[in-house]
Design a protein around this ligand. Structure first.
Ligand SMILES: [Cu+2]
Length: 315
């Protein structure tokens, strides 16, 4: 006996009944009503919702960029960009599997992990995005101790990078990558896993919101007003000796900006413009909702990368 799809089997049973024609009519009418209701429901979804509902992978696929291009053009996927990531060890069919999550505070160690696919196989093919196939961000639960690392991959797909967690506490490590599937499909994912440094955790309060700060003698400030659900430009100026510091490209762009959300450490992608604007570096940031966020701007001057941090209060 050949297998039939459930619908065909049901239709056959129905037509075998004495008053099959009446039932068939009822089924056809019911199906029409269902189709109308479904169409109505889909029509009510916003553009971003529709992209999430149907085209998640394809919408993300254009997130990968050729080596060194740095810039992003994401006019069409701001619904996606508005979602915080890095909240889960699994997303998009990929899972981060750390070798160990236990670290001794202040002692140099190594962070090692694999990315596994839905069949639990280690992933070994990644697209180069911002000059690197893998970006790792590490930060403590209170949003202090930010580190931006680039691990190297062994042939078996194990990534490793030296890591010191300087103070006790629970830390979050984010793996930000674009996986290449066998069929060439690209999936941009940020996965998050907690790391632990046992000891006396003394959390620090998040600094008050400010648009200016100083790091190693560089005065860094930004203009722009982040708003929930909107892609908003943030323009950073790095000042030195009364002028604008000569920024150098770092990882294919004049700056790298990461935004993390207070409360759940949600990770936001931020997209830089490729060129300086009057000596400033501009990003487009979409925050998914009100709340406080910590911004981390990596910039390079005279071959040295520094990080400027800001608290943003989005109402
Ligand atoms: Cu990176």
């Amino acid at each position: 006996m050949t297998e039939q799809p459930p619908d065909a089997a049901r239709a056959e049973r129905v037509s075998a009944m004495p008053d099959g024609s009446t039932l068939r009519l009822a089924l056809v009418v019911g199906g029409l009503i269902l189709a109308v209701l479904l169409g109505f429901g889909l029509g009510r979804l916003g553009a971003g919702d529709a992209a999430r509902a149907v085209g998640y992978d394809s919408a993300l696929a254009d997130h990968a960029h050729a080596p060194g291009t740095g810039a992003h053009d994401h006019g069409a996927d701001q619904g996606l960009a508005a979602q915080a990531t890095g909240l889960s060890v699994s997303a998009g069919g990929y899972t981060v599997v750390p070798s160990t999550v236990d670290f001794a505070a202040g002692r140099p160690a190594e962070l090692r992990f694999q990315i596994r696919d839905a069949q639990r196989r280690p992933v070994t093919r990644f697209a180069v995005v911002h000059d690197k196939p893998m970006h790792v961000i590490v930060v403590r639960r209170d949003l202090t101790g930010y580190q931006h690392l680039h691990p190297t991959m062994a042939a078996d797909g194990t990534w490793s990078v030296p890591l010191t967690l300087p103070r006790p506490g629970v830390w979050r490590a984010y793996a930000d990558f674009t996986a290449l599937a066998d069929d060439g499909r690209q999936t941009a994912v940020t996965l998050g896993t907690d790391l632990v440094a046992a000891g006396d955790y003394q959390p620090r309060a998040l600094p008050a919101a400010a648009t200016a700060t100083t790091v190693d003698g560089f005065a860094v400030d930004y203009q722009g007003n982040p708003q929930a659900g909107l892609s908003v430009p943030l323009t950073f100026r790095i000042g030195t000796d009364g002028g604008t510091a000569p920024l150098e490209r770092y990882l294919g762009a004049y700056g790298h900006l990461v935004a993390l959300r207070e409360g759940d450490l949600g990770y936001l992608h931020v997209h830089p413009e490729p060129d300086l604007v009057d000596g400033t570096v501009r990003f487009w940031l979409t925050v998914p909702g009100s709340g406080r966020y910590r911004l981390y701007l990596d910039f390079q001057v005279a071959g040295v990368v520094r990080t400027a941090e800001f608290t943003v209060d989005v109402r």
